[in-house]
Ligand binder design. Structure first.
Ligand code: ADP
Ligand code: TRP
Length: 321
């Protein structure tokens, strides 16, 4: 893992989530938990990727609600806005500007190999140009803040490779160290949290356990976990349980309930509820005005850094007169 301090300076860290729907425990254990564990050791940035959400969401009310919700979620899981720059992408136009510059550095065949775009086309669906250039907006999100490390889930590994490639191309094109090449930080074991069907938990698969679900929603999700009638231990139940408890803690529970899948699911519901309830209560106290205050303060700080970076790029490419 990269060291948080280098030459006496805190390293810089950034991650972000799209405001495209309710967060699930895959997002929490894949990204938010690793972020919470380390963010105080770095100069940390947490972004709401709302322009990225526009690649898939055409409902203005839903997008607006999701933006509020993601920030509320960040705060409810315990991110302190005083110790981290919380901001949203669309509040700072430097993102779309640097994304354009990156678009002019990379080739069409390179972008055609990006998973999100490739998968959509493979399914016979029409991809919009925003989805096609998605990785370059993400590269801008990161490079604007001279970021060293980006904690993300396994599925984002390629986006970090694309970021380094875009940064490298720009630096080489102008023969200068204009921008920094960041590293991904993917924690072992939680890289991919499985969903109720055993596949990667994902909004788009409908196999999620919502992070801020009601007791009933959690129950419904857990009861729908696929169990394989062959073994003593329901592996998909166990895999989710392991996120909350250690092997040692779970061993006696699974031993005592061998083959009793329903009872093991009830135990998982109880453990999820104990974990989620306090965050759910905290979340209910956070108002829309609180969210707006956090975002206003956040983008002020974000802009100070990004303007400086972008100015360097604008001078190098010949846009600053
Ligand atoms: P989804 O796949 O549900 O649409 P996103 O693509 O919005 O989720 O992912 C947001 C962040 O959460 C990304 O960094 C991603 O890697 C992480 N993430 C999403 N699903 C999982 C999962 N099942 N396990 C681990 N991390 C995940
Ligand atoms: N693509 C990321 C996702 O689907 C969201 C994201 C946008 C992001 N910009 C970022 C993540 C910058 C890390 C850093 O979850």
């Amino acid at each position: 893992m990269p060291r948080p301090v280098f030459n006496g300076m805190k390293q810089r860290l950034l991650t972000g989530l799209q405001s495209s729907g309710a967060l699930h425990i895959g997002n929490y254990f894949g990204v938010l938990k690793p972020f919470l564990d380390i963010y105080r050791d770095y100069e940390s940035h947490l972004m709401v990727a709302d322009y990225h959400a526009l690649t898939s969401l055409r409902d203005p009310e839903a997008l607006r609600a999701n933006i509020y919700n993601v920030v509320r979620d960040y705060m409810a899981v315990g991110v302190d806005p005083n110790e981290c720059v919380i901001f949203r992408q669309s509040d700072n136009q430097d993102h779309t500007e640097l994304a354009w510059v990156f678009n002019c550095m990379v080739t069409v065949p390179f972008l055609e190999l990006a998973h999100a775009y490739k998968d959509k086309v493979a399914k016979g669906l029409e991809a919009n140009a925003g989805l096609f250039t998605y990785p370059m907006l993400q590269a801008a999100d990161i490079a604007l803040y001279d970021i060293d490390v980006v904690p993300v889930g396994e599925d984002q590994r390629q986006h970090l490779e694309y970021t380094r490639e875009a940064v490298g191309k720009l630096n080489r094109a102008y023969n200068a160290e204009l921008l920094k090449e960041p590293k991904e930080m993917i924690l072992e074991g939680v890289g991919v949290v499985p969903g109720t069907d055993g596949e990667k938990m994902s909004k788009s698969r409908g196999n999620t356990i919502p992070l801020f679900g009601t007791t009933e929603e959690i129950e419904r999700a857990v009861m729908s976990i696929l169990t394989d009638s062959k073994g003593d231990r329901p592996e998909h139940v166990y895999a989710i349980h392991r996120l909350l408890k250690s092997e040692e803690e779970l061993a006696p529970i699974y031993e005592a309930n061998k083959g009793r899948y329903g009872d093991l699911k009830k135990q998982l519901v109880a453990d999820l509820e104990a974990f989620i309830a306090p965050m759910r209560e905290k979340r209910a106290q956070i108002t829309d005005a609180d969210v707006r205050d956090v975002l206003t303060a956040g983008v002020e700080k974000a802009r100070t850094t990004s303007h400086e970076t972008l100015s360097r790029v604008r001078t190098a490419i010949g846009i600053n007169l």
